[in-house]
Design a protein around this ligand. Structure first.
Ligand code: HEM
Length: 181
């Protein structure tokens, strides 16, 4: 298993999954607070896109979790407290990036508007029927989880830049494209 992490690098699959999720999540988590401000003409299309991208994140996160469980990750050569903190933040991010789309998906189904995945197939959340009170409750969960994700992203990005700029170790580089020799 050791040579999978040649030079302490994450595998190419892990890197692709990491940056693809980041590319979708960052605009979604910050931009979605303005969904109400979108002109009526485009609003339902944009919310439809939001739902499809959210379900895409759910799929990517499940694949990422399975990938980490099977392949693992390169060893982290940093202080124990930093190792513990970074793992806690990473696992909390995984959990919230799986819970967030589940809340959104269940909320939309309970509101009677299940997602139509990129216009291809309508996907109601299994076992959920229209229920206004449940939909309101899930909206609150969806709303607050966004702030948890923002807080965790702040810690995660700060840690990455501390490794890059202050410690100048290879932690940030391990998730960047590796240079061909
Ligand atoms: C990681 C994935 C997701 C992120 C980061 C995300 C983020 C957000 C945020 C920040 C809001 C604004 C909350 C507010 O105004 O208080 C929102 C609203 C919403 N989200 Fe998500 N979401 C995700 C996945 C989903 C999914 C999978 C669905 C449904 C299938 C969904 C459906 C909705 C709906 C219906 C709204 C309310 C739109 C409105 O009426 O204003 N979201 N989302």
């Amino acid at each position: 298993m050791q040579d999978v992490f040649e030079k302490g690098q994450f595998t190419a699959t892990s890197k692709w999954l990491h940056w693809l999720v980041a590319l979708i999540v960052i605009p979604m988590v910050f931009g979605s607070f303005f969904l109400d401000d979108i002109p009526k003409l485009y609003r339902s299309d944009i919310i439809g896109l939001h739902k499809s991208l959210g379900l895409t994140i759910l799929c990517l996160m499940i694949i990422r979790l399975i990938n980490i469980l099977i392949v693992g990750r390169p060893p982290l050569n940093i202080a124990l407290w930093e190792k513990i903190l970074s793992r806690v933040v990473q696992y909390a991010l995984y959990a919230s990036l799986i819970l967030m789309p589940l809340f959104g998906w269940a909320m939309s189904t309970a509101a009677g508007r299940p997602p139509n995945f990129f216009g291809l197939v309508v996907l109601p959340f299994p076992g959920i029927t229209p229920d206004k009170a449940l939909s309101r409750l899930l909206f609150v969960a969806h709303h607050y989880t966004a702030f948890v994700i923002i807080g965790l992203l702040f810690l995660h990005v700060s840690g990455a830049f501390k490794h890059l700029l202050i410690d100048r170790n290879g932690v940030m580089a391990s998730m960047l494209p590796s240079r061909r020799q």
